[in-house]
Design a protein around this ligand. Structure first.
Ligand SMILES: Cc1cc2nc3c(=O)[nH]c(=O)nc-3n(C[C@H](O)[C@H](O)[C@H](O)COP(=O)(O)O)c2cc1C
Length: 308
């Protein structure tokens, strides 16, 4: 693909392209749009830090959702670097600072595949879609393409279209809403988010059978273990899946409540026949474009020096 089609800056030097990739990282989804990340870029090293000021122990007791969102940002960054022709090597949790989640060393040229450039171009167009979706199964070809997105990430993807399994997932979401501690429900309400991120046909939050009925498919990202490095891997996998879906005009919305605690992550994995731990749950289906949710500008999340 002609690099000019990737937008202004795509033919610039590494610094300009790293900046474009950082802008792409900011398109990642996060609970309540909290954007719990900070970035540092020094020379050809990029570091991702969690932002403790933007996380809530009430809503995210073990930090899984924060790490998942930061992992999604990391996934978007890496997609962009490659699409812009920059090779990179990423170390998760390299140590040295309690909030340091990943260090990305940029160096050398990458020869991106057309699909990697499509993913990059899809990033600013991805949105959480909250209205009623067009029904009908995902095409087998799309399911296969989504599955390929997690190859090499260390995570697994499960696409659930069978009604009995969708209903079991809907019931797990309902149980999580019913059992939600008041402090968590209050944190979510303060962020303006419903437990089910999408509406039923009546325009109200989808509840009960409407959860399964409103989801053409659920996608579940699982990992073998349930620890911070795996949460970061799952976030990257999730982002790649959402971007590939967007290339094919499919949209996602999240149902994270059942995954807030370790027991729920284990239970949801078993509902999809996986042995590990579910880290992300989203519905996926056909929809139309919707307005973007604003992000903090890069200047606000880019550190001028490493945190002490
Ligand atoms: C881990 C995670 C959990 C989320 N949980 C919810 C939720 O419970 N309800 C909801 O409406 N949206 C939820 N979202 C979606 C966010 O609100 C959304 O990503 C954010 O507002 C940015 O909008 P965008 O995804 O359209 O860019 C979640 C997103 C993530 C990554």
């Amino acid at each position: 693909m002609d690099p000019r089609r990737l937008g202004p800056g795509a033919r610039g030097g590494p610094r300009a392209r790293i900046e474009l990739a950082l802008h792409t990282a900011l398109t990642a989804p996060s609970p309540g749009n909290c954007q719990p990340w900070r970035w540092f870029a020094g020379g050809e090293v990029i570091e991702l830090y969690r932002d403790p000021a933007r996380t809530s122990a009430g809503a995210d007791p073990d930090g899984q959702a924060t790490a998942l969102a930061c992992g999604a940002g990391l996934g978007a960054l890496r997609v962009a670097l490659r699409a812009l022709g920059l090779a990179e090597q990423t170390a998760l949790l390299p140590g040295g600072h309690p909030d340091l989640l990943a260090r990305v060393a940029v160096g050398g040229r990458a020869s991106p595949l057309p699909e990697e450039q499509w993913l990059y171009q899809a990033a600013p167009k991805r949105r959480t879609f909250r209205a009623v979706m067009a029904h009908g199964p995902l095409s087998r070809a799309l399911s296969k393409r989504l599955g390929a997105m997690v190859d090499g990430t260390g995570a697994e993807l499960h696409v659930v279209e069978d009604m009995a399994r969708k209903q079991a997932i809907g019931a797990a979401v309902e149980a999580a809403i019913a059992g939600e501690p008041p402090v968590r429900a209050a944190a979510r309400a303060a962020a303006g988010e419903a437990g089910v991120s999408f509406e039923g046909p009546d325009g109200a939050e989808a509840r009960g059978p409407a959860i399964a009925d409103g989801a053409p498919a659920f996608v579940v990202v699982t990992t073998a273990a349930d620890e911070p490095a795996e949460w970061l891997r799952a976030g990257q996998a999730l982002m790649r899946v959402l971007l590939r879906a967007r290339v094919d005009h499919a949209w996602g919305s999240f149902l994270h409540l059942p995954l807030t605690e370790a027991a729920g992550r284990k239970q949801l994995a078993s509902l999809v026949g996986a042995t590990g731990h579910a880290q992300a749950l989203a519905r996926l289906g056909g929809a139309a474009d919707s307005p973007p949710t604003p992000r903090r500008p890069l200047s606000e999340v880019l550190l001028t020096q490493r945190p002490s």
